[in-house]
Ligand binder design. Structure first.
Ligand SMILES: [Zn+2]
Length: 336
C-alpha cells in the first residue's frame, strides 16, 4: 500500500470509528459484543423448481423513534406502535437476506452489515453455512441499493471479496450516485442536518463499491436474467434502489428491499418517510405507488427489514395499506 492509500485508509477508519453504525441507528453505544451467537438461521422456501433460503443477518434497533419516521406526529407514531402491541421506546428491524438457488446459479440478494456490524448484526456468514453453502459457492450478488446494511457484507476487514467467485449486479444510477455523492445531494433528505451521517454513508458505500467495481455489471430493466429474475426501479429511498422479482411456475415473489422499514408504520403512513431516505418525498411516492401495485396484483413480497422472515402481502386498508405476513402453520420448509 502506498502512502496516499494508507492516508486514505486511516482517514476512512477515522470516520467509521467516529460514527459507529450502532450510533447511526441510535443503538446503545460501544456495548461489549456480548452476544456471540445466535441470530443466525434460515428459512427454506420452495417456489416451483427454485429453492429460496432467507438468511438472517440479525436485526437493527433504532432507539430514537422521533427521527425514524421524521414526518410523523410524535404522539400519533407512539399511539400506532402501542395499538400494534409494540414497544414505544425503540423500533426493531430484521435483516432478511434472500438467497436463490437455480439449477446453475446461487444468487445472494444484498449482504447484511458485514464490516459495519454491531452486536446485533453480522450473522450472515453463519446463516449461509447453516443453510449448507460456502462463500465460494455464490455466483451472483444482486444489490438492491448501496446503503451499508446491504453491502457491508461484500468485503472483509482487509478489503478482500467475501464472495470471490461472484458477479455483482446493481443499478447504474445507484452505483454512479454513491461514487460521486456529495453533501449537497442530500437536500431532499432528513440526513441533510447530519453531515457526519452523510459522510459515513457515502464513504462506506465508496469503500465497498470500489472493491467490487471490476466485477460489477448493471441491471437491465427491460429483460429477464437467468430465466427467472426481473428488475424494477423503486427510487427515493436511494436514487437507484431496485426491486427484484422472481417468477416461476406461475408465481411471482417481489423482493421489495427497503420500500418500507416497518410493517406497522409505513404501509399505513407511507408519507411519514424514513430518516435515511435520500429523497423523502420521492420515497413516499414509490412506497405508495408500489404498495398499490402489490395490493392490486396480489404478488407475494419479501421485505429486507420486515419481521422475520419478511414474507407477506400488501393489502388496501382505508386510504393506504397494511402488511399481511405470510401464514406459516408449522416449522420447516415453506412451499409457496
Ligand atoms: Zn436497509
Amino acid at each position: 500500500m502506498n502512502r496516499r492509500d494508507l492516508i486514505k485508509k486511516v482517514a476512512l477508519a477515522g470516520i467509521l470509528t467516529a460514527v459507529p453504525f450502532s450510533e447511526f441507528y441510535g443503538a446503545e453505544k460501544e456495548k461489549e459484543k456480548e452476544v456471540k451467537d445466535n441470530f443466525s438461521g434460515f428459512q427454506k422456501v420452495k417456489m416451483g423448481d427454485l429453492t429460496i433460503y432467507i438468511l438472517s443477518d440479525g436485526y437493527l434497533r433504532e432507539d430514537d423513534i422521533k427521527t425514524y419516521a421524521p414526518k410523523a406526529d410524535a404522539k400519533e407514531l407512539k399511539n400506532l406502535l402501542k395499538a400494534n402491541f409494540r414497544p414505544a421506546d425503540h423500533i426493531d428491524m430484521a435483516i432478511n437476506v434472500p438467497l436463490v438457488q437455480t439449477r446453475d446459479r446461487l444468487i445472494l440478494f444484498d449482504s447484511g452489515m458485514g464490516i459495519f456490524a454491531d452486536e446485533r448484526t453480522g450473522f450472515l456468514q453463519k446463516s449461509l453455512s447453516k443453510a449448507g453453502f460456502a462463500r465460494k459457492d455464490i455466483t451472483d450478488v444482486f444489490i438492491s441499493h448501496a446503503h451499508i446494511d446491504h453491502i457491508g457484507g461484500l468485503i472483509d476487514k482487509n478489503d478482500a471479496l467475501v464472495y470471490p467467485n461472484a458477479v455483482y449486479h446493481i443499478s447504474k444510477r445507484e452505483f454512479d450516485f454513491w461514487m460521486n455523492a456529495e453533501e449537497s445531494d442530500f437536500t431532499s433528505s432528513y440526513l441533510i442536518n447530519e453531515p457526519k451521517k452523510i459522510q459515513f454513508l457515502v464513504q462506506g458505500a465508496q469503500k465497498v463499491l470500489k472493491v467490487i467495481e471490476s466485477k460489477t455489471t448493471f441491471f437491465d430493466f427491460s429483460s429477464t436474467l437467468y430465466s427467472y429474475f426481473s428488475f424494477e426501479s423503486a427510487q427515493g429511498h436511494t436514487p437507484g434502489m431496485t426491486m427484484i422479482s422472481v417468477q416461476v411456475a406461475g408465481k411471482k415473489l417481489t423482493y421489495i428491499a427497503d420500500l418500507s422499514h416497518s410493517d406497522v408504520l409505513l404501509f399505513s403512513h407511507p408519507e411519514w418517510g424514513f430518516f435515511a431516505d435520500t429523497d423523502i418525498q420521492m420515497a413516499a411516492r414509490s412506497r405508495r405507488d408500489i404498495s398499490g401495485q402489490l395490493a392490486e396484483n396480489g404478488n407475494l413480497a419479501l421485505g429486507y427489514h420486515l419481521p422475520w422472515p419478511g414474507l407477506g402481502n400488501v393489502a388496501k386498508a382505508e386510504e393506504n395499506f397494511r402488511w399481511i405476513p405470510y401464514p406459516v402453520y408449522r416449522p420447516g420448509e415453506i412451499e409457496l
